[in-house]
Design a binder for this molecule. Structure first.
Ligand SMILES: [Mg+2]
Length: 258
C-alpha cells in the first residue's frame, strides 16, 4: 500500500525556462492560424522577447493566456507596455475575458492554435524549437538522483503533455508519469496519485496552485515547494503560508535528505 515513492514537478518555470518559446510560438500562432485586424506580425517581433511579456508571465496559468498577452503587446493601438501593464494585471482574469469577447475568441481555439504553432515548428525544425528552451540543469540532476533512489518522477503541466515529453526526451529524462492540461487540474491529478503513491513533494512555481493543494483535504499532506527560480511575482516570496516552502535551486539537494 502506497510504498512506491513519487516526486511531482511542474514543468514550465521549474524544469525548463521556455520564455523564448512562449513568445515565439504565440507570435507564430497569430502569423499562421489566427488573424486579428489589430496586429500585423513582422520578423522583427521574433527577434527579442518583449520585457512586458516576461514581466507578465507569472500571471499566466494556461497557455492560451499567452496569446492574449502577446496580442495586446503587439497591437498597433494602445498596446500593453511596462507603463500600463499594471492596469491589466490588477484585473488580470477580467481583462483576459474582455480580450476574448472583443475578438470573439474562445479559449479552446487559442489553445489549439498554440499547439498547432508548436507542431508546425517541430515538423519544420525540431532542434530549432528545442533550442528555444533553457533547462534548469540542477533540476535535471535532481530527477536523475531520485531515480537512483527508486523514487518515481511525475510531471504535472498545464501544457499539452506531448510537448513536455518531447523536451524531456531531448534532456534524457523519462518520467514515469506525465499529465498535461487534458488530465484535469493539478489538485485533481495529485489527489488521484496520492491514493497510489507516497508523494514526497511537489515543486511548482505558481503559488496559487500550491495554495489550492494545501486547501484540498486529499492533497494537503503533500509537501509543497515554491520554485524560487521560476516565474514568480515579486509578492509571491512574501507572505508565503507556513506549509509552503520557498525552494532555491541550490537547496534542491537538501530535499533528498527527507
Ligand atoms: Mg510553472
Amino acid at each position: 500500500m502506497r510504498s512506491q515513492k513519487l516526486f511531482l514537478f511542474d514543468f514550465d518555470g521549474v524544469i525548463v525556462d521556455g520564455m523564448k518559446e512562449y513568445w515565439h510560438s504565440s507570435l507564430l500562432a497569430f502569423e499562421k492560424f489566427l488573424n486579428s485586424p489589430d496586429i500585423s506580425i513582422n520578423q522583427n517581433h521574433y527577434k527579442h522577447v518583449s520585457n512586458t511579456f516576461i514581466e507578465m508571465r507569472p500571471w499566466v496559468k494556461y497557455g492560451w493566456e499567452m496569446l492574449i498577452i502577446v496580442h495586446q503587446i503587439i497591437k498597433r493601438e494602445d498596446p500593453l507596455n511596462n507603463e500600463n501593464k499594471s492596469d491589466f494585471l490588477n484585473q488580470y482574469h477580467q481583462n483576459c475575458q474582455k480580450v476574448l469577447l472583443d475578438n470573439s475568441w474562445v479559449t479552446e481555439d487559442l489553445q489549439k492554435y498554440l499547439d498547432e504553432a508548436r507542431e508546425y515548428q517541430i515538423d519544420k525544425s525540431f532542434d530549432n524549437w528545442i533550442n528555444l528552451h533553457n533547462p534548469f540543469y540542477e533540476v535535471i540532476d535532481f530527477i536523475e538522483k531520485i531515480k537512483k533512489d527508486n523514487i518515481k518522477t511525475g510531471i504535472i503541466t498545464t501544457k499539452n503533455k506531448i510537448f513536455a515529453r518531447k523536451i524531456l526526451e531531448k534532456l534524457n529524462i523519462f518520467p514515469e508519469l506525465i499529465f498535461g492540461y487534458e488530465s484535469g487540474t493539478k489538485v485533481e491529478i495529485a489527489s488521484k496519485l496520492s491514493t497510489e503513491y507516497e508523494i514526497l513533494g511537489f515543486i511548482e512555481d505558481r503559488k496559487d496552485t500550491l495554495i489550492d493543494m494545501k486547501k484540498n483535504t486529499f492533497t494537503r499532506h503533500i509537501p509543497c515547494y515554491l520554485a524560487d527560480w521560476g516565474y514568480l511575482k515579486n509578492i509571491d516570496r512574501n507572505n508565503l503560508p507556513n506549509e509552503i516552502k520557498l525552494l532555491k535551486l541550490k537547496s534542491l539537494e537538501e530535499l533528498l535528505a527527507i
